[in-house]
Design a protein around this ligand. Structure first.
Ligand code: AKG
Length: 255
């Protein structure tokens, strides 16, 4: 029997732009994923942001009825999988202040333009995560204030990158665009909520919700997370590398 969310949870999602849900995965499912990642054969199954097409364990998570089923409820329609990622952040080494660095506070719609904008994520904790080990941060209500102005991140607290992508509209217009590590200026510290998300629990957030993370400052605890990004089936994703989305096979368990 898969988990489904209540009207009250849907109202909170609409108000806050995110929703934390407990026990999406059992601890056994979390353990199976972590064992799989530790297997030296697993990297052969990698396929960039589309590893859910080539790795059966990633596929299982992206189609998981608790994850994709709740995405279906929140999107009010069938979800399609856009991308999957595994974000592992090492603990700080002895004598060092920080381990794995964070991802600057951003809105995913900047990274994954899509029309109509139905982009959402489910960020699943694969161990106990919180402010100390570089857990997920969100700015509640930020999804209601439009796409924010961005600059290139230069803070060593957060990763920095620039990648050129091809974008294509539904009617075939095509252009190149540099996608970079977006930094949103002017976010007030007190509006940032640092979430504590235990292993197997997850956070759903919209493509417009400002979120990100800071460096891992724990000297004993790494941080592991598996985000899956979905759009509703009527949506066109502009980036050609992830334009071909995947129909969810098991989401219908909750409908
Ligand atoms: O886990 C993190 O550090 C940030 C995750 C994130 O930005 C995302 O899943 O879109």
């Amino acid at each position: 029997m898969s988990i489904s969310i209540t009207q009250d949870q849907i109202a909170r999602w609409m108000r806050d732009g995110y929703l934390q849900v407990s026990d999406l995965l059992t601890l056994e499912e979390v353990r199976q994923f972590m064992d799989h990642e530790a297997d030296p054969e697993t990297p052969k199954l990698r396929n960039g942001l589309r590893t859910h097409l080539t790795d059966p364990v990633w596929k299982y998570l992206a189609h998981h009825p608790n994850v994709a089923g709740i995405a279906r409820q929140l999107l009010d329609g069938p979800p399609r999988i856009v991308q999957t990622m595994y974000l592992a952040k090492a603990a700080a080494r002895e004598g060092e202040e920080k381990g794995g660095i964070g991802i600057s506070l951003h809105q995913d719609t900047h990274y994954l333009p899509n029309e109509p904008n139905t982009l959402m994520a489910c960020w699943i904790a694969m161990n106990d995560t919180d402010a100390d080990n570089g857990g997920l941060c969100v700015v509640p209500g930020s999804h209601k204030k439009g796409l924010r102005h961005t600059s290139l991140n230069t803070d060593p607290e957060h990763a920095s990158w620039e990648t050129e992508h091809t974008l294509r509209t539904r009617d075939g217009r095509e252009w190149k665009q540099t996608i970079y590590s977006y930094h949103i200026d002017g976010i007030e510290n007190e509006t940032i909520v640092k979430l504590a998300v235990p292993a197997g629990s997850g956070v759903f957030f919209t493509g417009m919700t400002i979120h990100g993370s800071y460096a891992n400052r724990s000297h004993t605890r790494p941080r592991f997370a598996f985000p899956v990004h979905y759009v509703r089936e009527d949506t066109w994703v502009l980036r050609t590398d992830v334009q071909e989305t995947t129909q969810v096979e098991s989401a219908y368990a909750t409908s």
